[in-house]
Write a protein of this length. Structure first.
Length: 239
């Protein structure tokens, strides 16, 4: 189910100079903001939770997920180079699964690591806030990578649609509209963070059981459907 050659090519595409700079910009900004906030406000648990929830989890993680998820396959489909990959004796679900693993790994590294660093800067992991949001970022990375990888297989405008989802649905509707919160990856990951802290500094409108079921369901279904869509692509000469 995992192909090292596909993984190597995907890593090379995602971590090229231009995309690596984009991937690194938001984490660097988060860390810089954390340093400034700590210098001005000192170590405060509520401030740390608000900043990590409002910037890291609500904005940085989904945007990085968009870049990694859509970038793992979208450009190859857009420019037609995917035909060279499809012509190889590799099962198409294996291609999708391998690209998903790469997208998850990249999203985790560029989101969870800076989240942990920022949490330690802000309050030294007081109330387990740094660990809680890091775990939430790790969990969210899996679902976002699967969702945006699927988007990359079904649309030539995957990045645009992905950013609309990340910035409008997750960051805006997911925080303001009560009904939308239940269908928010952000809220699902916050439920996990709440379990880690065991306190009221991190809250979610979704219970941990519901959040876990939805996270698993979305990841599995998105991955399966992306495999089906890739399977439906045909090469010249195929019946």
């Amino acid at each position: 189910m995992y192909d090292p050659t596909v993984a190597r090519l995907t890593y090379r595409a995602l971590l090229g100079r231009r995309r690596a700079l984009i991937l690194g910009a938001l984490p660097l900004l988060l860390i810089v903001i954390s340093v400034i906030v700590r210098a001005l406000a000192g170590a405060d648990d509520q401030t740390a939770s608000d900043l990590l929830g409002g910037i890291a989890l609500a904005t940085m993680v989904p945007i990085i997920g968009v870049i990694a998820g859509t970038g793992a396959i979208g450009p190859e489909i857009d420019d037609g180079s995917v035909v060279y990959l499809l012509s190889k004796p590799i099962k198409r679900p294996t291609i999708i699964f391998t690209k998903l693993i790469v997208a998850i790994a990249v999203t985790m590294v560029f989101s969870a690591v800076p989240t942990m660093i920022s949490g330690l800067i802000l309050n030294g992991n007081g109330q387990q806030i740094a660990v809680a949001y890091t775990v939430a970022a790790l969990v969210a990375s899996i679902a976002y990578a699967a969702l945006f990888l699927l988007l990359g297989t079904v649309s030539r405008h995957a990045v645009v649609f992905g950013l609309v989802y990340a910035l409008v649905w997750e960051a805006l509707f997911g925080s303001l509209v009560e009904g939308a919160r239940t269908l928010s990856v952000q809220q699902w990951s916050l439920a996990v963070a709440h379990e880690v802290t065991g306190g009221e500094l991190v809250t979610s409108d979704v219970g941990i059981t519901t959040a876990t079921v939805l996270l698993v369901a979305v990841t599995v279904l998105a991955t399966w459907y992306a495999g089906q869509k890739l399977r439906s692509l045909t090469l010249a000469g195929e019946e």
